[in-house]
Structure formats: structure tokens, C-alpha cells
Design a protein. Structure first.
Length: 216
């Protein structure tokens, strides 16, 4: 089961966000992220958080329509997003997509992106933003990239160093390279062939891929 967690960040283009969604998604609203679900005409399966940023009338309407609510105290050690991810995992999610996780407050944006690097979720997490998808590799691991060729692919080290970095199918190949924290060496590559692959031996690597719209 795939869970989609709607976060209380910014979604400048709801049409772009909708392209990532499936009818059978398990839908979790992280507190004020419920506003995005209202804009998309979706009903949450569950709303999670301290509920300090969701409109009270919207909360009441979603509850009347069947959404479950998991309320937490305002004074807590985890963000609403972290609690929402934990709920999705507990409810049986085998993969999780975050929507609306970026934009707005810089601290929240950084925290929401770096939450991908936590190692205790035991399910793959991704962040969708417009035509971009962010995923994390933890070595030793391999990621297969599919989609329209020509879109950019960037790789950014989240650990002090990432070793054994190898690209297949990207315009600028790497073989057994090392990317270090703060380096821009892996930024702005291009998907030359689909499928392509990125593999690493050790470390944590953030991979951001663009999925440009293709003309029909």
C-alpha cells in the first residue's frame, strides 16, 4: 500500500501535484496539509497532528465525511509530519510519498526534506515537488531511474561522504566515485537513457529527478 502524506507547505500548482496521485492511495493529512486535500477534492483517511494549523470548520467537515483524527499535544518532540509518517507506517504503508513538504518556512522545508534521511522508517520515502521527485539512497543500495529523457538528475551527499557512486544511463557518468557533504559535483546531470541507475556502496545520498511533461 502506498500512503501519500499531505504536508502544510506550499503547492503552487495543484495540477502538477495531482499527477503524482493514485486512486488507491492511503491519504494522510499532516495537520494543515488537509487544506491541500480540500483544494484537490480529496478526503483524508486520517488527519494527524496537534491540529493547530487546520481550519476548524474543515476539520469538522472531514470528520463528518469519515476521516479519522489522531490528535497530539502542541508540546511534543516530533513534527506533525513525523507523526503522520509514523501513522502511515503503523497502518501498513509499504511506501510513502510526501506532497506539499516544501516552500514556506525555511526551517520546516529543510527538516521535511532531511526527514528522508532518517533510517528508522523501514519503508521508502519520496518527496514530490512540481515536476521533481526526491529520494534517498543508503549504501549499499541501487536506484533505478525511469521517465522522459532530458530531465535533470542531481545527487547530493547527506552523509560526510558517499562512496562507490556509479551512474549508468546519465549524460555524465561516474564510476566508483566519492561525493562529499557540501560538494556540488553531483548537481545537474541529465537522464540520457531510461531506465538508468545510480548505485552507492556507503553513505546517504539524496537523488532529485525532474520529470518534464512530454507533449502527446
Amino acid at each position: 500500500m502506498r500512503a501519500v502524506v499531505f504536508v502544510n507547505g506550499e503547492i503552487p500548482d495543484y495540477d502538477a501535484a495531482a499527477r503524482w496521485l493514485r486512486q488507491d492511495d492511503y491519504r494522510v493529512a499532516a495537520d494543515g496539509g488537509a487544506r491541500h486535500m480540500e483544494a484537490l477534492g480529496l478526503l483524508p483517511d486520517v488527519i494527524v497532528g496537534d491540529l493547530d494549523s487546520i481550519d476548524e470548520l474543515l476539520l469538522a467537515r472531514f470528520q463528518e465525511e469519515g476521516a479519522a483524527v489522531e490528535r497530539h499535544p502542541v508540546a511534543k518532540d516530533a513534527t506533525d509530519l513525523e507523526l503522520a509518517i509514523a501513522r502511515a507506517v503503523n497502518d501498513g504503508a509499504t511506501e510513502i510519498l510526501l506532497v506539499g513538504a516544501l516552500g514556506g518556512r525555511l526551517d520546516q522545508t529543510l527538516a521535511n526534506l532531511l526527514i528522508l534521511a532518517q533510517q528508522n522508517w523501514n519503508v521508502p520515502l519520496a518527496v514530490a515537488e512540481g515536476d521533481q521527485l526526491a529520494r534517498v539512497l543508503r549504501g549499499p543500495q541501487q536506484l533505478t531511474l525511469t521517465g522522459p529523457t532530458g530531465g535533470y538528475v542531481s545527487a547530493v551527499a547527506l552523509s560526510e561522504e558517499v562512496t562507490g557512486v556509479t551512474y549508468l544511463g546519465l549524460e555524465y557518468p561516474l564510476t566508483n566515485a566519492t561525493l562529499r557533504l557540501g560538494s556540488t559535483r553531483g548537481v545537474s546531470n541529465t537522464l540520457a537513457n531510461s531506465p538508468a541507475q545510480i548505485s552507492i556502496d556507503e553513505g546517504i545520498l539524496l537523488v532529485i529527478q525532474q520529470f518534464p511533461l512530454t507533449s502527446e
